[in-house]
Ligand binder design. Structure first.
Ligand code: FES
Length: 373
C-alpha cells in the first residue's frame, strides 16, 4: 500500500531525505506518533500559547502544584468511590437495601467516579499545556515498517519526550499521578464483590448434619423429621400408606442461624415406596424404614424443587425441565437433563417410633456443579 501522492510502491531507503521529500507528503503534528519519523522541527510555525518552554521556573512550579492538587483530588475521589461501594453493602439486612439506599449509593458512586476522572483529565491537561514544551514538528509519511535506525531514533525521541515532560525531574508529579492512578485501577476490582461471598464448604453440608451431631451429643441416635408447614414430628405409623409423599425438614431448623438458607438447603421429600418394589442401593440397605425413603427435594439439574410424585410409576418429576428420578431405585435419573440422582438421606426410627435422620446427605445437594467447588 502506498501512502504518498505519487502512488509508487517502491520502498524508500532510510536516510534518503531528498527522495522522501519529493515522494512523500508532509504533515505537521504536535507530537511525533509512535513509529513515525521525525525529520525536523519547523521553526517557522509559532509555538502555541502556554508552552512550557516559555514559562519561567516559578510559573512552572505553580503549575506543578496545581496539577498535583488535581491528582490528589482524583485520588481522594477514587478512595471515596471504594468507600461508598463498601458502605452500600453494609446497608440493610444481608446487604439487601431499599430503593432509597440504592439510589443514594448510585449517586455517591457516580459522583466520586466523575470527580476522579475529571480531576485526572484536568491535571493531565494542565501538565501538558503548562509544563511540556510545545513545538511544531514536520513528519514525513514513510513506510509503515520501521528499520533499526528509525527505531533507535524513536527511542531517542521518546526518551527526550519523557525528559521534556518533566516526569523524571518532578517526582511530586510522578508520585501524585501514580497515587491517583492506583485507586482508579483498583476501583473496578472491588466490583468483583458483587459476585457474592465464596461458598467455601457451605454447599457441601446441610442442617441435617449439624442437627444429627447435636442430637448425638445429647445421646439421641439422630434428628427427627418434621412436616414442612406444621413442624409436626412424624411417626412411622403416621406415614404408613404406600405411595404417599410429603415434604420434611430437620427438627429445629427454623431456629438456626440463617434459617431461610438452611431450610432451603435441607428441604427433603419423604416417600413411602411399596416394599415389593423397593430396591435399596448397595451399601444403603439400612437407609430406609420399611420402604420409607428420603431424598433431597432440590433437583440436581439446576435446582428447581423436584416436587411431583407419580404414585403408579414411583417417579419423582422436576417440573422445570422434566428430569425424572426413580424413587424405587435410589432416585436414579431415568429421563431429562439432570446428571445424577437426588441425594438420599439415611433414615432410621427412634425409641418412640419417630422417623429420624442419622446423618447428613452423603453428597452435596442441588445442581451438579456444586460438587466441583
Ligand atoms: S431443574 Fe429440574 S430438570 Fe432442570
Amino acid at each position: 500500500m502506498s501512502d504518498n501522492n505519487t502512488g509508487s510502491n517502491e520502498p524508500m531507503e532510510p536516510g534518503d531525505a531528498v527522495h522522501e521529500e519529493q515522494q512523500s507528503p508532509k504533515r505537521k503534528v504536535g507530537t511525533p506518533t509512535q513509529g513515525g519519523r521525525l525529520l525536523a522541527t519547523d521553526e517557522s510555525e509559532p509555538a502555541p500559547q502556554g508552552a512550557g518552554a516559555e514559562l519561567d521556573e516559578a510559573a512552572a512550579k505553580r503549575a506543578e502544584r496545581v496539577v498535583a492538587a488535581f491528582f490528589l483530588l482524583a485520588a481522594l475521589a477514587s478512595v471515596g468511590f471504594i468507600a461508598a461501594y463498601v458502605w452500600s453493602g453494609t446497608q440493610g439486612p444481608n446487604g439487601m437495601h431499599g430503593l432509597d439506599d440504592a439510589r443514594a449509593s448510585n449517586y455517591a458512586l457516580g459522583a466520586c467516579m466523575t470527580v476522579a476522572m475529571l480531576a485526572m483529565a484536568i491535571g493531565v491537561t494542565i501538565w501538558v499545556r503548562r509544563l511540556m514544551t510545545s513545538k511544531q514538528i514536520v513528519q514525513q509519511r514513510g513506510n509503515l515498517h520501521s528499520d533499526e535506525a528509525t527505531r533507535a531514533e524513536f527511542e531517542t525521541n521518546f526518551m527526550a519526550g519523557a525528559a521534556d515532560s518533566a516526569v523524571t525531574r518532578r517526582p511530586l508529579l510522578r508520585r501524585t499521578l501514580l497515587l491517583a492512578a492506583a485507586p482508579l485501577g483498583l476501583a473496578p476490582l472491588v466490583l468483583l464483590r458483587d459476585l457474592g461471598p465464596l461458598p467455601e464448604k457451605r454447599l457441601r453440608h446441610t442442617f441435617w448434619g449439624e442437627a444429627v451431631k447435636e442430637a448425638k451429643k445429647h445421646g439421641r441416635p439422630g434428628v427427627r423429621l418434621v412436616v414442612d408447614g406444621t413442624d409436626r414430628a412424624l411417626r412411622v405409623s403416621d406415614f404408613a400408606t404406600p405411595g404417599s409423599m410429603i415434604t420434611v425438614l430437620p427438627e429445629g431448623v427454623e431456629k438456626s442461624h440463617h434459617a431461610l438458607n438452611e431450610i432451603a438447603k435441607s428441604v427433603t421429600i419423604l416417600i413411602n415406596v411399596p416394599a415389593d418394589k423397593f430396591k435399596p442401593v448397595k451399601g444403603r440397605e439400612n437407609w430406609h424404614v420399611g420402604g420409607i425413603v428420603a431424598y433431597s427435594k432440590i433437583c440436581t439439574h439446576v435446582g428447581c424443587p423436584a416436587a411431583l410424585y407419580e404414585q403408579t410409576t414411583h417417579h419423582i418429576l422436576c417440573p422445570c425441565h422434566q428430569s425424572t428420578f426413580d424413587a424405587t431405585d435410589g432416585a436414579k435419573v431415568i429421563f431429562g437433563p439432570a446428571a445424577r440422582p437426588l441425594p438420599q438421606l439415611p433414615l432410621s426410627v427412634d425409641d418412640e417410633g419417630y422417623l429420624i435422620a442419622t446423618d447428613d446427605f452423603p453428597e452435596p445437594i442441588g445442581p451438579s456443579f456444586w460438587e466441583r467447588g
